[in-house]
Write a protein that binds this ligand. Structure first.
Ligand SMILES: Cc1cc2nc3c(=O)[nH]c(=O)nc-3n(C[C@H](O)[C@H](O)[C@H](O)COP(=O)(O)OP(=O)(O)OC[C@H]3O[C@@H](n4cnc5c(N)ncnc54)[C@H](O)[C@@H]3O)c2cc1C
Ligand code: SF4
Length: 351
């Protein structure tokens, strides 16, 4: 029997936007989120301010989650996961584990919004020593400290005065196997550099980059501000290793503008780790039998080859970072589009 209900897997920015849009369009959705809370990675990793609007992450995600949980049309199941799915477009039979209880659902379409995880810097081919030196941290480690307004060196609790970001860790790297650009890390590092300069006014902040990639309004609202108003130092260079020198960190590499070797000491080093498909994205893709690309992200394109939310299976749509590196604008836009496509598909099947 066909069903007009739509299953959304994942309650991050993309899944929440899909749920809200389905409800706004008069549809009926069930949202399955494996964590106890909605809000996705910005919530689980405790993001502070969001680019490019500089809004508070908890407030933005909180409003979106409230719109979904307080309105009609969306049945939210947290601490829940899809265990089995069978059938085809218009009529899928789904078995879920909802907070430890087995439940069965009939749905007409599925939106996958299971997102990404951060690259594990222990896997990098470069010698950045994330797991050996406490003062080598990642963007997400720093984001949590910025949110608390308490940026310190993990080794001794002192306020760092010289801080370096190393860009493209785990992205644009053939040896690691991730040749793609993770899209947000240049913007996020620049945003964090501004916040560092605001929170530690006598700090010196350096960003070592291959090339800076800013999109649309991120350029004037983050990059120019960081340089012109906050005196963040951008250095075009490749860092090959990070070593301990006394109680500081020695960064070694090449200044590619000057074509000369470079060695500088820092108090804190921040690795701009990129995006990889989350474990949930990989396992849900297998469960649903949708095509993945060589990196493990769900292949978007659909029947036309250019549909940003279509997958290799009719009736199954993808939104946000489950299909590749995405910022919030991408994730919201794709969540809304996936909602419209999913709703159109079930209504066509039923008619
Ligand atoms: C350090 C950092 C800072 C960032 N800051 C910004 C910023 O300021 N501005 C910006 O535009 N972008 C930023 N981004 C990017 C932003 O985080 C992503 O665009 C966004 O989180 C993608 O949303 P999503 O819903 O696709 O995925 P996610 O946020 O990853 O959400 C996926 C959800 O799916 C759930 N899930 C996973 N597997 C399953 C499963 N099997 N069953 C049920 N649920 C499951 C997860 O628990 C999670 O809730 C940042 C990224 C990083 C790395
Ligand atoms: S956004 Fe910047 S840091 Fe991130 S992968 Fe692309 S170029 Fe590298």
């Amino acid at each position: 029997m066909s069903s007009e209900k739509i299953l959304i897997i994942g309650g991050g920015p993309a899944g929440l936007e899909a749920a809200r849009s389905i409800a706004d369009l008069g549809g009926d959705a069930v949202l399955v989120e494996k964590r106890e809370r909605l809000g996705g990675t910005p919530d689980s990793e405790g993001y502070a301010k969001l680019t490019h609007h500089w809004l508070d992450a908890s407030e933005v995600l909180g409003k979106l989650a409230a719109a979904v949980t307080s309105g009609k049309g969306v049945d939210v199941k947290t601490k829940s996961e899809v265990k089995k799915i069978s059938g085809s477009a218009g009529s899928f039979k789904v078995e879920i584990d909802a907070s430890g209880k087995a439940e069965s659902l009939e749905v007409g379409a599925v939106v996958v919004a299971t997102g990404f995880q951060h690259f594990d810097p222990g896997r990098a081919t470069q010698y950045y020593n994330y797991y050996s030196f406490p003062d080598v941290i990642t963007l997400t480690d720093l984001e949590k400290m910025l949110k608390e307004n308490k940026v310190v060196r993990p080794s001794d609790g002192q306020t760092p005065k010289k801080i370096a970001f190393i860009q493209c860790v785990g992205s644009r790297d053939r040896q690691v196997g991730n040749e793609y650009c993770s899209k947000v890390c240049c913007g996020v590092a620049s945003k964090q550099a501004v916040e560092l300069r605001e929170q530690i006014s006598d700090s010196k902040v350096f960003i070592f980059y291959i090339d800076m990639r800013m999109y649309g309004y991120w350029e004037p609202q983050i990059y120019w501000q960081a340089q012109e108003k906050y005196n963040v130092n951008y250095v075009k260079g490749v860092i090959s290793e990070v070593l301990q020198k006394g109680n500081q960190l020695l960064i070694r590499g090449e200044d590619t503008t000057m074509s000369r070797p470079m060695e500088v000491t820092m108090d804190l080093v921040v690795l701009s780790v990129g995006m990889e498909p989350s474990a949930g994205t990989r396992s849900v893709a297998q469960l649903l039998g949708v095509q993945q690309n060589k990196y493990g992200f769900i292949e978007a394109g659909g029947a036309t080859g250019i549909d940003p939310v279509g997958t290799s299976q009719a009736g199954i749509f993808v939104a946000g970072a489950a299909s590749g590196p995405s910022d919030l604008d991408d994730s919201f836009a794709q969540g809304g589009l996936a909602a419209a496509r999913a709703l159109a598909s079930v209504r066509r099947v039923i008619a």
